[in-house]
Design a protein around this ligand. Structure first.
Ligand SMILES: C[S@@+](CC[C@H](N)C(=O)[O-])C[C@H]1O[C@@H](n2cnc3c(N)ncnc32)[C@H](O)[C@@H]1O
Length: 277
């Protein structure tokens, strides 16, 4: 991962400039007008809509933002179901009636998958190890709540789904170690979507993730991360992959689920049949 000194900070018309300046200081970002700021590869901007990240190497590209009201994400919410894609991968099609799942999304990123799961009724704890991404997620959650309270509700995720999300700035491996020691409760499902090497593609979500790739880099020890997760989930661990192929010395999954643009390797620890509502 690049050091945060590679990120410049710009404050435009954010409603709480003091809080944003304190955030920039906490994250060790440099003012955009400073010599270091002018050299920085990324720019974090605090504007009226929250926080966004601009890749200075792609100045014409729209900045990356955690936007839970984004139309493409809204489309995903409308078209996702419990018997397909990510819903099926975490096991929503197998749950006893009235039961709900506690999912640990250990690689939160832009929070899109987490919102889909919350929309489908899961309680989702998001872990994000990048302080910058964590701040963007916090800003996105705040913005979505504001939108929910102010906008005519169309095009905004429901408050109930937003309230099923909890966010933590943490390294997943530390959290898995705490679960293994019994210091933290065991989640029903652990969901992992680590950074893949960039691929070509045109969807906006992919472009956003490609932009983040320059900042965050690919996962260097995916097998280690997965092996640490496996004993920690009560029912299953789900690993999102670009294709149904095992590499990096990954353990063989119980099953593969293929949806349009992604694959999920599902590692089943236990069936949901013993679950109580
Ligand atoms: C590909 S993105 C996840 C995208 C997300 N699923 C979404 O729908 O927006 C991967 C994210 O996981 C975070 N991450 C990777 N490894 C992590 C770890 N070991 N602990 C916590 N966060 C991690 C990265 O910083 C990055 O923000």
């Amino acid at each position: 991962m690049h050091a945060h000194s590679a990120i410049a900070f710009e404050l435009t018309d954010h409603p709480d400039p003091e809080a944003m300046s304190a955030l920039a200081q906490r994250l060790g970002l440099v003012p955009t007008a400073s010599a270091a700021g002018q050299q920085a590869a990324f720019l974090l901007r605090a504007d009226a809509a929250g926080l966004c990240l601009q890749d200075r190497g792609a100045p014409r590209a729209a900045p990356t933002r955690v936007d839970f009201c984004d139309p493409s994400l809204q489309h995903r919410l409308r078209t996702s179901g419990k018997r397909q894609g990510i819903g099926k991968a975490v096991g929503l099609d197998k749950l006893p009636p009235a039961a709900s799942l506690q999912v640990l999304d250990a690689t939160a990123g832009l929070g899109r998958d987490a919102l889909v799961l919350a929309h489908l009724g899961c309680r989702v704890q998001l872990l994000e190890r990048s302080a910058v991404l964590h701040a963007m997620l916090e800003a996105g959650l705040r913005q979505a709540e504001v939108a929910q309270q102010t906008a005519a509700a169309a095009g905004v995720p429901t408050l109930a789904a937003l309230r099923r999300l909890t966010l933590q700035h943490a390294e997943a491996r530390d959290c898995f170690a705490a679960i293994a020691l019994g210091q933290q409760p065991q989640p029903d499902v652990i969901y992992l979507d680590p950074m893949f090497p960039p691929r070509s593609g045109s969807a906006k979500a992919k472009k956003d993730i490609t932009a983040l790739h320059g900042l965050l880099g690919s996962e260097s020890d995916l097998a280690g991360l997965l092996r640490a997760a496996l004993p920690c989930a009560r029912y299953r661990v789900v690993l999102k992959r670009p294709e149904a192929r095992l590499d990096d010395g990954l353990p063989t999954p119980t099953l593969w689920l293929q949806s349009k643009a992604t694959c999920f390797a599902v590692y089943v620890n236990s069936s949901f049949s013993s679950m109580r509502p």
